[in-house]
Write a protein that binds this ligand. Structure first.
Ligand SMILES: [Cu+2]
Length: 138
């Protein structure tokens, strides 16, 4: 009859952790509802705009749209690592990269930190053709 005493407190602890995470004040749904929308278009072979400007500590809805028929990605690992990404959008960012097939789009809600970050499309040859940018958070 030892087992129930071990498992019940552990389950309670995990639930408590999840609850603490969900009420993070900077990423609460109320602040994200006021998120400023930033549109970035991916095309052959360009980010539009190629310089993305944000203010540190403000909530943004980063809307990334691939307007071409081929695949592109929005790769900025240092930027995403330094940002607080909304829990529901974390799965859209893999290793600092948002991959979009032709015509696809994604919206990432986040609160950025100050810095200058490089942005690139990692598809072979795309950066050489000019698919590079900068994210400036001041
Ligand atoms: Cu590309």
């Amino acid at each position: 009859m030892m087992r129930p005493f071990f498992y019940v407190p552990l389950a309670f602890l995990l639930t408590a952790c999840a609850t603490t995470h969900a009420i993070d004040p900077q990423l609460a749904s109320t602040s994200l509802a006021d998120a400023q929308i930033i549109e970035v278009k991916l095309s052959n072979f360009d980010f539009g705009p190629s310089t993305i400007r944000m203010e540190a500590g403000k909530a943004y809805a980063l809307h990334i749209e691939n307007t071409s028929s081929g695949g592109h990605d929005f790769t900025a690992p240092e930027f995403f690592a330094a940002s607080r990404v909304a829990p529901e959008d974390v799965a859209s960012v893999r290793d600092g990269q948002v991959e979009l097939g032709g015509g696809q789009s994604a919206t990432i809600h986040l609160v950025p930190s100050a810095g200058t970050y490089s942005l690139v499309c990692t598809h072979v040859g795309h950066a050489l053709f000019g698919m590079k940018g900068t994210i400036v958070v001041s």
